[in-house]
Design a protein around this ligand. Structure first.
Ligand SMILES: NC(=O)c1ccc[n+]([C@@H]2O[C@H](COP(=O)([O-])OP(=O)(O)OC[C@H]3O[C@@H](n4cnc5c(N)ncnc54)[C@H](O)[C@@H]3O)[C@@H](O)[C@H]2O)c1
Length: 447
């Protein structure tokens, strides 16, 4: 590589990526609005009924080499990703509805579209769930595993995973949590090491949540695990240890859609121009089952923590105390059934500019939560499978792009700026294929 190119190399050896041949089984705890919208969308794309809008793996490109090279292949042509035709789906839920009925109940997609997808959706019947009402208080349902210890439940889930793999003839699996948000809790002694965690499973430790049991079962089965909700799961030392030991990728947490997506678009822009922020008030109304669950203070606390963290990390008040040292940041979620999945999110941002003069920004985002989340689910399951085949184990920080509260190595602050996250993701793909990384220096264009 000549020194006049705009790129740099990484001293990390390029991984040997195993091919994406065969079938990829997608396993999802929780078959509600996001899951059914995701599966229906994949089925619609397979049938040519819809385009995969919002999905980087299906539509995105990566520039290779210099700008003058005009070489920007599709991501799916650069790295070997499982094709949509190779996917099959297995879900768990506390309700017995099949995916067609669940999609109808979720009310995200219109009936004429769902009718066309009825056959594949009806074929997906949820496996019985590992559920604990202490962790999700506002709902309950009949489709649960028989009573047993948490260790028994982990074994039952591992059985489900094995049987699903056999039944569908899947060569590889990828699991993603799209179940309800569990109540907020911090890592306790039982999460300190894998040994403590396994002991806790045996003893039915109340600090072990259902999502952690699913994650444990996945990792023990060598299946990558991504967490789409904000609660504590694979971001505990015990499960991170298991992921490393088993050489399995993990990622999380909380899909970056809706209001926080907007926040991570706007806040880096304000900071890039050194504009100050006095306050940021965010409120929204939503009326789907997720909204109902988040109406419980414990589940809301999980969401609030994840929503609040992004702004502080982006604005870096320690570095810029005069601009961001005193930001009043408030996040409200209001359960309002008439809206269903069609959430509305308002932001009022009080900013200040040159000589301290105040200004305001108002955002009214009439979004559709599950429409925004579904392509993220697709990208994540495909990228996690890619990471697994590339031998990348443990926390996949390059997938921070998709999360409100990205997981990092212990002691490392998370990167929330979506544009830095995207650059990191694309550079990771370049590195995987032995391509030069892009630094955007570009001085050689002017030599
Ligand atoms: N839609 C978005 O934009 C978005 C963004 C970020 C995070 N999320 C998170 O994604 C998750 C799914 O959202 P949704 O709108 O589909 O919610 P939903 O309420 O429609 O679906 C969740 C499903 O999970 C099931 N469930 C709960 N506990 C379970 C368990 N232990 N095992 C199996 N199933 C279980 C519920 O019965 C329900 O059917 C939520 O945690 C939500 O906070 C969604």
């Amino acid at each position: 590589m000549s020194s006049s190119t705009p790129q740099s190399t990484s001293d990390r050896p390029t991984p040997n990526i195993k091919p994406a041949g065969g079938k990829l089984g997608i396993l999802i705890p929780g078959m509600g609005a996001v899951t059914t919208t995701f599966i229906a969308g994949v089925e619609a794309v397979r049938r040519g009924l819809a385009a995969p809008v919002g999905s980087l793996t299906q539509l995105g490109t990566v520039r290779l080499g210099k700008r003058t090279d005009n070489n920007s292949p599709k991501i799916s042509d650069l790295v070997p990703l499982a094709p949509l035709d190779s996917l099959s789906f297995g879900c768990w839920d506390i309700f017995e509805d099949n995916a067609y009925q669940a999609a109808l109940n979720a009310g995200v997609l219109d009936k004429p579209m769902l009718e066309q997808l009825r056959e594949p959706l009806e074929a997906i019947k949820p496996m019985s769930a590992v559920f604990d009402h202490e962790y999700v208080k506002r709902i309950d349902g009949p489709n649960k595993k028989p009573a047993g210890s948490k260790r028994d439940h982990a074994e039952m889930l591992m059985d489900d995973i094995r049987q699903f793999k056999e039944r569908t003839g899947s060569d590889r699996l990828s699991m993603i949590w799209c179940g309800s948000t569990e109540v907020f809790h911090r890592p306790e002694a039982v999460h300190a090491t894998l040994k403590d965690f396994e002991c806790g499973l045996q003893k039915n430790d109340p600090e072990i949540s259902p999502s952690q049991i699913y994650a444990y079962a996945a990792l023990m089965s060598g299946v990558p695990y991504a967490n789409g909700a904000p609660h504590l799961t694979v971001d505990s030392p015990a499960l991170m240890e298991l992921a490393r030991d088993r050489e399995v990728p993990i990622a999380g947490k909380d899909f970056k859609t809706g209001q926080t997506f907007m926040k991570t678009l706007i806040a880096p822009g304000l900071k890039s121009r050194m504009l100050g922020v006095h306050g940021w008030f965010s409120t929204n109304i939503l009326g789907n089952r997720d909204g109902e669950v988040l109406d419980d203070p414990g589940s809301f606390k999980s969401k609030e923590e994840s929503k609040l963290s992004a702004l502080e990390q982006i604005l870096q008040p320690d570095l810029y105390p005069d601009l961001y040292g005193n930001v009043y940041h408030k996040v409200r979620i209001n359960y309002y059934p008439p809206r269903g999945d069609a959430k509305e999110g308002w932001d009022n941002i009080d900013i200040f500019g040159w000589m301290g003069y105040p200004m305001q920004i108002k955002i009214d985002f009439l979004c559709r939560d599950s429409i925004l989340a579904a392509p993220l689910v697709l990208d994540l399951v495909l990228f996690m499978d890619l990471a697994q085949r590339a031998g990348m184990r443990g926390v996949q920080e390059w997938l921070s792009f998709y999360f409100k509260a990205p997981m990092t190595a212990p002691g490392l602050y998370p990167e929330h700026d979506i544009f830095i996250q995207l650059m990191k993701l694309k550079n990771t793909l370049r590195w995987m294929k032995g391509e030069q990384l892009i630094t955007h220096l570009g001085l050689e264009y002017y030599d």
